[in-house]
Design a protein around this ligand. Sequence first.
Ligand code: F6R
Length: 367
Amino acid sequence: EKGGYDHFMLKEIYEQPKAIRDTLASRLKDGLVDLSKEISLTKEEIQRIERIHFVACGTAYHAGLVGKYVVEKLTRIPVEVDVASEYRYREPIINDRTLFIAVSQSGETADTLAALKEAKKQGAKVLAITNVVGSSVAREADDVIITWAGPEIAVASTKAYTSQLIAIYLFGIYLAQVLGTKEEAELKELVEHLLELPEKTEELLQPEKVKVVEQFARDIAKHQNLFFIGRGLDYAVALEGSLKLKEISYIHSEAYAAGELKHGTLALIEENIPVIAIATQKALYEKTVSNIQEVKARGAHLLGVTVEEDTELKKSVDEVIRIPATMDLLAPVLTVVPLQLFAYYACVERGYDVDKPRNLAKSVTVE
Ligand code: F6R
């Protein structure tokens, strides 16, 4: 059942090219996105949307953080992202011009479901992005985009996250098409690059790339603390990498917006502390490199994650992983893969149960 892999998590990491392909399939037409079969929102309803709320828990929340960048960039509609257990109790501003988007692998997470019901009660239109057809979240929503990741068994979510990102890109592009907020040529370019992601994900799963991540994970496995740093979308992915690591390897880690380091956390960067630094976003590259140099100067042991064409970063880090070239907006799908592998190998090295981490359940149906 594990298809020759040692653990479900590893199998699911390797299933990502297929999960991405399947989530894209049949949703593209003439080089653009066609969600007309799934989305009942009319053009008029989409034009009336004044604000969008992504609400979710854990990894799905991290997908929502990427969603904020993507949807705001493509549509200029203000987007908020909330952890469901917070959203429910903070009296968010909701009305009939709000689009509420629940992101949930299982579609059964109690807090996400309760937040959805509340938003609906207050007049929001509700879209669900979920991996389970007929789940509670799917049944309650007005519209559903299914992520075709297939069953996810490991508690630590991997292929569900990347598929959620794909669903978010598709929806963001679809909104931009309907609203006319981006040139068609630009949207077509995004779609072309989306189609290349399965193959590029496969490249990241080639043994020589995996070996670098595995070695770094095994080297740092005795540490108790670690940092992930990045800016913009790289920061959103850093949060997910950090959660993955904590969840299964029980190494404490923190994801920090690289520019925020000097406002406190830099005090914790001491000789030999492992830091995973992500620098895939062109507009933020110089700034991130300068933050990386700051931690390097304090003796950090660094793994850099950057883009293929990079020549700078390797001068400031101990090891480097390069993701295949893509558009900046799409980089998270690729960037997260080495971080998932990193958490996996750190857990294996420490000898913990990869697929069933302590105190966690796959589906959290109580508050
Ligand atoms: C982390 C993880 C959890 C879930 C969270 C939401 O690897 O799996 O953080 O992402 O419990 O679950 P769903 O997506 O089923 O609502």
